[in-house]
Design a protein around this ligand. Structure first.
Ligand SMILES: [Zn+2]
Length: 340
């Protein structure tokens, strides 16, 4: 993923963010060249909501197999850098599909025409049916940057950790009959920008294509929540509260984190993140980005060859996996998610 604060000029704003301020005065600066949404669009997707789920003591908290998710992370990393159009990328596609052989899988393949040429792109969607009308999408990108300035990194945290988390979620969803919304796991492609610094029209190709298609075929209006996972394996886990996400959905995530005792890892900092959720937010789908943007001091590991497995922890995968499952449970228990 990306956002503004890889750029040195933006660090003063980052410091404000780390201090917990919303950095509203610099909101446009935060997004740099990529201010993706008007305030109206944010409002449209961000209807305030009282929490209407059943808060009675639930049975045991969800269990997430973090060791297996960590193993998947290592296996994805072992393929090496995986930019679109590369042989490694195809291997990772096949690897993901090999885990979904017994599932209802849709492949959304197409070609993008970028400033660097034409490339094949493939979104992979595994669909787990529920009993209730509506869909919760959980997404992660699996590509790494096209080798810009010869930086070919393996993206252990940036792309591999969240893609692995989704593979383990698939194991869990497959094993039970969902008594609630359908859950669609989305491994989306071509999230990374073809340019440095970040340039929105040269990124988010996979989700832009899919959000557009789902808007046209009517799927979009059935999406009750779009949960994005990105850079969630950092051993020092601090998930941001993102001001480009839907506030009521962020509140549900925080409630879920609190219920499983993981709230200290959530929302101590705020940010304005441009990531794969933006095309869905722009179309009015409630969306949230679960992202830890503090990856090493001043983000020194991000988009570098230092983004390696040794910086990650299975504990972080367990926390995010468990909170995600608890978020699903809370959404299922809400009469009308997002309604007052
Ligand atoms: Zn990235």
């Amino acid at each position: 993923m990306k956002s503004f604060w890889r750029n040195l000029f933006a660090f003063p704003c980052l410091l404000l963010l780390l201090g917990g301020a919303a950095c509203t005065g610099g909101g446009k600066v935060v997004n740099g060249a990529a201010s993706p949404m008007s305030s109206d669009q944010v409002q449209a997707a961000a209807a305030p909501a009282a929490m209407k789920f059943d808060d009675s003591p639930e049975t045991s908290p969800p269990q997430f197999n973090a060791a297996r998710a960590m193993q998947y992370t290592k296996e994805i990393v072992a393929f090496g850098p995986r930019p679109i159009g590369s042989a490694n990328h195809k291997k990772v596609e096949d690897y993901i599909l090999s885990h979904l052989k017994n599932d209802n899988v849709e492949q959304d393949g197409f070609t993008v025409d970028t400033t660097e040429g034409k490339f094949p792109v493939r979104n992979i969607i595994a669909k787990f049916p529920g009993t209730r009308e509506g869909i919760v999408v959980i997404a992660s990108h699996y590509d790494t940057n096209w080798p810009l300035k010869d930086i070919a990194y393996v993206g252990a945290n940036d792309g591999a950790s969240s893609s692995a988390l989704l593979l383990e979620l698939a194991n869990q969803l497959r094993a039970k009959k969902l008594n609630g919304y359908s859950v669609w796991l989305l491994w989306d492609d071509a999230e990374e920008s073809m340019r440095l610094p970040w340039y929105d029209p040269e990124a988010l190709y996979g989700v832009r294509h899919l959000a557009d298609r789902w808007e046209k075929d009517g799927t979009l209006k059935n999406i009750k929540a779009f949960l994005l996972e990105d850079m969630i394996g950092d051993a020092d886990l601090n998930i941001e509260r993102d001001h480009n996400s839907t506030p009521w959905l962020e509140d549900v995530i925080y409630q879920a984190a609190t219920r499983v005792g993981a709230q200290s890892h959530f929302f101590e900092r705020t940010g304005v993140i441009s990531d794969d959720h933006i095309p869905f937010m722009q179309r009015g789908a409630p969306s949230a980005d679960l992202i830890d943007f503090s990856y090493g001091y001043n983000n020194v590991f991000w988009h570098t060859t230092q983004d390696t497995v040794d910086k990650l922890s299975p504990k972080s995968l367990e926390i995010v996996g468990t909170v995600t499952l608890e978020t699903l449970r809370l959404l299922d228990s809400m009469q009308t998610p997002g309604a007052k």
